[in-house]
Design a protein around this ligand. Structure first.
Ligand SMILES: NC(=O)c1ccc[n+]([C@@H]2O[C@H](COP(=O)([O-])OP(=O)(O)OC[C@H]3O[C@@H](n4cnc5c(N)ncnc54)[C@H](OP(=O)(O)O)[C@@H]3O)[C@@H](O)[C@H]2O)c1
Length: 241
């Protein structure tokens, strides 16, 4: 059995995901760099290895059931279990106002940000159940998925009035609550992370540095036994649902 803790981060070839994999590897974990494109994923894993970290590329397109099943098989064969799953892969498409939202774009976004996350979680659960003392699951959400914040005219991003991305993150938040409830007795903790507005390709490089954006995910991925489950947090603390 592999002696180090094993963390899988989806969408880890760049942005917040790559930084999350880096920070988890710096804490002594084996970081599995999940990526849909082999060249991009292998290159990212190599970058981390060049920094002296234990990182391995795992091909994983969260919208492809065969790729998810193959990734789970690979982890089982090579490492035997999973201690941390960070569901980070996400896309931002369909940024029009609700009345003009294209349903095909809405479906595509849900495929990645919601159904993909649920499918990966279900497939990895048998491996996560083998972690000792217990695994951590982090769903990378967004402050835009908060119903409370989105309906507050005083919220700093109150002018955002799009449907697809916030609706998907709100659905992901509910998935977080329901998985946490089911898994509570196992000790597996499931939480949603709000990275905050972070400079990546998704934001055309506006916002805080990725080191900050990865902070909530890394904290939730490394919670001790007394830590929360079924919550929504940014790097400073709880975010209202
Ligand atoms: N940046 C922000 O301000 C911000 C704020 C709140 C929440 N978030 C969330 O943080 C997470 C990371 O976003 P980011 O800002 O780091 O964006 P990013 O730089 O665009 O990275 C997104 C990652 O997701 C991957 N991905 C997309 N579709 C995928 C699929 N079908 N299967 C597997 N991987 C897929 C991308 O891979 P490719 O390179 O192959 O496209 C990429 O690695 C997302 O869930 C996002 O919604 C970001």
């Amino acid at each position: 059995m592999h002696d180090k803790q094993v963390a899988l981060v989806t969408g880890a070839n760049k942005g917040i995901g790559l930084e999350t994999a880096r920070q988890l590897a710096r804490r002594g974990m084996t970081a599995l760099v999940g990526a849909r494109a082999p060249e991009r994923g292998e290159e990212a894993a190599q970058r981390l290895r060049a920094e002296g970290l234990d990182a391995r590329f795992v091909r994983l397109d969260v919208t492809e059931p065969a790729s998810i099943a193959e990734a789970a098989r690979w982890i089982e064969t090579n490492l035997g279990r999973l201690d941390v799953l960070v569901n980070n892969a996400g896309v931002l498409i369909g940024t029009t106002k609700p009345s003009e939202t294209n349903l095909d774009e809405l479906r595509s976004l849900f495929q990645v940000n919601v159904f993909g996350t649920i499918a990966v979680t279900q497939a990895m659960l048998p491996l996560l159940r083998r972690a000792r003392p217990a695994a951590r699951i982090v769903n990378v959400s967004s402050g835009t998925g908060s119903l409370t914040q989105s309906s507050d005219p005083r919220w700093e991003h109150a002018r955002i009035n799009v449907l697809a991305y916030p609706a998907a993150k709100a659905a992901l938040n509910m998935a977080t609550v329901q998985f946490a409830k089911e898994l509570r007795e196992t000790g597996i903790k499931v939480n949603a992370a709000d990275p905050g507005y972070t400079a990546t390709d998704m934001t055309r490089h506006h916002g805080q540095p990725v080191e900050e954006g990865a902070r909530a995910s890394v904290w939730l991925a490394t919670l001790d036994e007394g830590g929360p489950t079924g919550g929504f947090f940014d790097a400073k603390g709880p975010v209202p649902w």
